[in-house]
Design a protein around this ligand. Structure first.
Ligand code: SF4
Ligand code: SF4
Length: 163
């Protein structure tokens, strides 16, 4: 299980530029066929990567938190919305509302999420490779630096679709 993660750690920096460039070119192949292919690869890669061995996203990328997430999580934590916003949320440089802390304050020592059942939508959908791959194309290049699954999914796409 750890092999794909080790492999990613060794290679991610060397492939950074190539991956960012490739994702830009992949734009012209956006669409249903690419989404279906990415979804198949997502399933195959995640059979060999256990997120509990990684937690790269929870450690390195402050998750986006939408209004519905805010209502749900604040209620579960027993806080009112403004208290929750004040303690946990901030606006990032793109104007998105995200968790303040990175690593995430809800990440436990064993890489589990202490609010797993009611975590933000963005956490549930990350790394956006199981569906809507094309719609999230602009994220995938950068995500290869944070997420071993994205790195290996993109590597397999590159092999099948040299552009
Ligand atoms: S809320 Fe949970 S899943 Fe989301 S970043 Fe924090 S620890 Fe990770
Ligand atoms: S970075 Fe990717 S592989 Fe690692 S925990 Fe997050 S989704 Fe799973």
């Amino acid at each position: 299980m750890a092999d794909l993660i080790d492999d990613w750690r060794k290679k991610r920096e060397n492939y950074k530029k190539e991956n960012l460039k490739y994702v830009k070119k992949l734009k012209k192949h956006s669409g249903k066929a690419l989404d279906n292919f990415a979804s198949e690869l997502d399933e195959a890669v995640f059979k060999n990567i256990d997120c509990l061995d990684c937690a790269g996203c929870c450690n390195g990328l402050p998750a986006m938190v939408n209004k519905t997430d805010t209502l749900r999580i604040s209620k579960k934590l027993g806080l009112n919305v403004s208290e929750f916003e004040q303690v946990y949320l901030q606006e990032d440089e793109d104007g998105d509302t995200v968790f303040k802390n990175s690593p995430c304050v809800f990440l436990l020592e064993d890489n589990k999420c202490s609010i797993y059942e009611f975590r933000p939508k963005a956490c549930r959908e990350y790394p956006h490779t199981a569906k809507d791959f094309s719609k999230n194309l602009h994220y995938h290049g950068t995500n290869t630096m944070h997420c071993p699954a994205t790195f290996h999914i993109l590597a397999r796409i590159k092999k099948s679709l040299p552009i």
